[in-house]
Write a protein that binds this ligand. Structure first.
Ligand code: S3P
Length: 196
């Protein structure tokens, strides 16, 4: 079984998955800046709950057979945002799913309104120091920060984060994950996802 991909059912490996449908909300959206761990967290959370993991970037790449950086280069950001929107819309009919979004997803079209309407959303927030550290170490190619010198990168990212944070803050919950392990993040996430 492949794990780090979009739209695949994950194996519910522990007891939580047996009772999840009653205890936890059926649809979860993870949002936040690039490098905040939305994909890894979503995959692990989905396994915990026995839900499907739907990673919008992975679905995009699988469906269009383009890496995101080469798609940006060939067709531009606007085209990417249109398709990204369609990829997100597909989650409307899904149940028992954890959706890991791209860093820009909630900030374009009416995506944040859609997210708020269709499930429980969590903003995975990192402080600036942790965010920069992760992005500088990350091997995921990201078109918005490609070929940029460190100093310029910091300035660009700070401006981008400032412009996006008000959207991220609209999420149902903001979870500060600075310095936490993946297990620590999951332990703090689960109580936020209990169905009311
Ligand atoms: C983007 C973030 C990326 C990816 C694309 C655009 C952004 O996802 O969707 O490169 O606009 O912040 P990650 O947040 O997983 O890096």
């Amino acid at each position: 079984m492949q794990l780090q991909t979009g739209g695949r059912k994950t194996a519910g490996r522990n007891s939580r998955s047996l009772e999840n449908s009653r205890q936890y909300v059926p649809k979860v959206f993870l949002i936040g800046f690039m490098g905040s761990g939305k994909s890894a967290t979503g995959l692990r959370l989905a396994r915990e709950l026995g839900y499907t993991h739907y990673d919008t970037d992975a679905v995009f790449e699988e469906t269009h057979r383009f890496t995101i950086p080469s798609f940006f280069e060939t067709f531009g950001e606007e085209a990417f945002r249109r398709i990204e929107h369609n990829v997100l819309m597909k989650t409307a009919s899904m149940d028992q799913v954890v959706v890991s979004t791209g860093g820009g997803t909630p900030c374009f079209h009416d995506n944040m309104a859609f997210i708020l309407k269709h499930g429980r959303s969590v903003y995975l927030r990192l402080d600036w120091e942790h965010l920069m550290k992760r992005l500088l170490q990350s091997r995921k190619p990201r078109p918005l920060i490609r070929n940029t010198a460190k100093h310029e990168l910091e300035q660009n990212l700070e401006a981008l984060l400032k412009s996006r944070e008000s959207v991220y803050r609209q999420a149902n919950h903001t979870l500060d994950i600075s310095g936490l392990t993946l297990t620590g993040v999951i332990d703090r996430l689960l109580p936020l996802l209990v169905a009311v």
